[in-house]
Structure formats: structure tokens, C-alpha cells
Design a protein. Structure first.
Length: 263
């Protein structure tokens, strides 16, 4: 409760940080926030051309000309939110070293600002994606509401992992470098540009240990097939998120006062 109270008491500071970061990101930019859409869109177009056009990738059992593009968008936008939260969290304390040394405020405000920044970019991109679904007649319907608990679970997992890596990165700078490499491999080990069903049995068993595989599949199931998620399959991710959250809070309470000396 104390941490939640700190977040509420410093809500002005957090919102100010989000606004400032958003403005700085697009300062002197003619297109402004449009870049938050163009970046994932460019990636989606490249993968669509390569995998759908060149490699003739298809979704087994789905007869819809937009199916692969929707499948790809669902996976890349989901991954983008996760990757941004983790990547920004692992450096947030280092990037704000001067602020931490000069101003007294709850350190937890910084990861919260990271989440809100990433969520703002996600909402802009996903909002346009939703418009595309409506215009092409592929809006999933009532199952679209199931995206809300999925998004909450994803943010919970992402920030818990990000804070752990972020604190470790203050004391051991190799942690951030290692996580950057892990994220690159993690992307390709998650069924985003390919369907899990095309993999061999041994590969599918291996993918099952990927905590993001079932989460991304849940997003794709909603947006491509209009199916509600198999909530039971997300139980391991929930348990892992809770464990990471407990570790992150323990590290935060024990190391928050020492971080300033290490920065």
C-alpha cells in the first residue's frame, strides 16, 4: 500500500515525466507521433513481404486474405510493447542518474513512467490497427474485450522483469547488454512471424517453455480467429509474473538506497 500511495502522491511528477518524454521524442519532428505508428508499420510491411510474398507463408486452416497481416500485426505490436517496457526499464535508473542524485522522490515513479510512455505509444499504434480491422470487416467482435486482461497481464510481466534487470544493471552493467541479446533471440523464439503449427513436435515442446508464446497466441487468436483466450494456458505466465514481481520488489526495497551511490 505504501508504494501505491507514493505513486498516487507523485502522480503529477509521473504524468509530467511522460509528457516531457513524449514531447522530447518528437521535438523538431514534422510527423511527430506518427513515427510511433510508422516504425512498427515498416517492420510489419517488411515481414509481410518477406514471409507472405516471398516465402508464401500462410496460416493453416484460415481462408482470409488479411489473416497473415493481422496475425503479424497482433504479434509485432504485442512484442513491441513488451520489448519497449523491458528495454526502457533496464536503463531507466542509469538515464535518470542526475535526477536521482539531486531530487528526493520515490524511485518507483520512474518504472511507472516507463510503462505509461510505452502504453501511450501502444495505444496510438493499436488504435490505428483497430481502425484497419473495422474498415476491412475483420473486427473480432465481443472477444475484443478479452484484450484488456491480456494487456494487464502483459504489463505486469514486462515491468516486473524490467525492474529486476534495471536494478541489476545499476550494479552489473553486463545485465543490460545481456538482456539486449536475449530480446533478439526471444523475438524469433516467439511465434510472431510464423505459426507454431508449422514447427516440429520437438520444437513445439521447446516453444512451450517461452512465457510469451501463449500470450502472443492469445492476442492472435482474438484478432485473427475471434476466439476467446484459453485462460488456463496463461496460468504459468501469471505465476511467473507474480514471482518476478516479488523478486523485483524485494530487490527494490533492499537496493533503492544503494543505487544512487552506484550511479
Amino acid at each position: 500500500m505504501g508504494m501505491l500511495q507514493d505513486i498516487w502522491n507523485y502522480r503529477g511528477f509521473i504524468l509530467g515525466s511522460v509528457t516531457r518524454d513524449f514531447q522530447l521524442k518528437y521535438r523538431n519532428s514534422l510527423l511527430g507521433a506518427v513515427w510511433s505508428v510508422l516504425t512498427p508499420l515498416a517492420m510489419i510491411l517488411v515481414y509481410t513481404v518477406i514471409f507472405s510474398g516471398v516465402m508464401k507463408a500462410q496460416l493453416p486452416g484460415v481462408d482470409n486474405p488479411f489473416a497473415y497481416s493481422i496475425y503479424l500485426c497482433a504479434g509485432i505490436l504485442t512484442w513491441g510493447l513488451f520489448s519497449e517496457i523491458v528495454s526502457r526499464s533496464q536503463t531507466v535508473f542509469l538515464e535518470n542518474a542526475n535526477l536521482l542524485k539531486k531530487v528526493s522522490f520515490p524511485r518507483i515513479c520512474l518504472p511507472v513512467a516507463v510503462v505509461l510512455n510505452a502504453l501511450l505509444n501502444f495505444v496510438i499504434a493499436f488504435g490505428l490497427f483497430t481502425g484497419f480491422l473495422i474498415l476491412t470487416g475483420n473486427f473480432p467482435g465481443l472477444s475484443y474485450l478479452a484484450l484488456i486482461p491480456l494487456l494487464i497481464l502483459q504489463i505486469f510481466f514486462s515491468i516486473s522483469l524490467g525492474v529486476v534487470v534495471g536494478i541489476l544493471n545499476v550494479f552489473f552493467r553486463d545485465a543490460g547488454q545481456l538482456m539486449a541479446i536475449v530480446l533478439q533471440f526471444w523475438f524469433w523464439l516467439t511465434p510472431i512471424v510464423y505459426s507454431r503449427s508449422i514447427l516440429g513436435e520437438s520444437a513445439q515442446h521447446f516453444i512451450a517453455f517461452n512465457p510469451l508464446a501463449d500470450l502472443v497466441a492469445a492476442y492472435q487468436g482474438i484478432l485473427v480467429l475471434n476466439q476467446f483466450p484459453d485462460w488456463i494456458s496463461l496460468t504459468p505466465l501469471l505465476l511467473l509474473s507474480v514471482a518476478l514481481f516479488m523478486v523485483s520488489m524485494r530487490l527494490f526495497r533492499r537496493r533503492a538506497s544503494e543505487m544512487v551511490d552506484e550511479l
